[in-house]
Design a protein around this ligand. Sequence first.
Ligand SMILES: O=P(O)(O)O[C@H]1[C@H](O)[C@@H](O)[C@H](O)[C@@H](O)[C@@H]1O
Ligand SMILES: [Mg+2]
Length: 287
Amino acid sequence: MGDPWLSAYDAALRVARKAGAVIRDAGEKEIKVCTKSSTVDLVTKTDERVEKIIIGALREQFPDHCFIGEESVAKGEPCNLTDKPTWIIDPVDGTTNFVHGFPFVAVSIAFAVNKELEFGVVYSCLENKMYRGRNGKGAFCDDEKIEVSDVKDIHKSIIISEHGTDRSCEKVEKIFSTMKKILCIPVHGLRGSGTAATNMCLVACGAVEAFFEIGIHCWDIAAGAVIVKEAGGVLLDVNGGPFDLMSRRMVSANNMVIAERIIKEIEIFPADRDDAPIKKITKFCKK
Ligand SMILES: O=P(O)(O)O[C@H]1[C@H](O)[C@@H](O)[C@H](O)[C@@H](O)[C@@H]1O
Ligand SMILES: [Mg+2]
């Protein structure tokens, strides 16, 4: 049987590094900012250009594979995970950070077959850190094996999350009420890097104990999910059920004790599934 997806994994590493160099270079120049689902859901030419570079390179090598890319879906392409070999790509995770020069921007590339995630690559390109994980073969940051933290006492944990780009009062209320309850457990601290993929790699390398978010997309978390699992962590739905890649919500943690304690505090609000009927997002660019 050999290692059927090794060439795909190598291709992912290569194109992630190339994409990271394009992002770094673009960050040195003037960045034209547009918006998508809200006035704070930013997208730039670099997001779109980098996604074209990644999908172009992978499609050339694997013409019969399927692709789910953040910016392709925003333009109306379907977001359906089938049994076919499928790449799940966020070309620039942390676009707001990229626009502001805040130093956490990641290229996130995952690969699934029969709806099972085979491997994930998260290249934190401003830190020049390549996080990677393959099914059953461990998780690494560059060449160093990484493992989740062994903390079981929630009072000795750092929890990482994001507030997303939906600024409706009802959702903001629930997000901050959840964060307040977690903070007052108390935990050692709350953090947010601004990119879900990076947050999950911080769980995987033991820098924080758990990441949760409602409102993320499959492309934000698919690669990080493999890396967390391969680093010995756990993945769950925010209601304690099984992790569902397309549900737009998740908890990733170093162990079940921490995960279940966090889940108790999460105030759940609805988010349309990624595989719900296509909703083309209208991009708006100020002149
Ligand atoms: O930067 P992108 O790829 O758009 O993803 C982020 C998303 O925009 C934010 O709303 C989420 O809170 C982050 O977790 C995503 O990484
Ligand atoms: Mg993105």
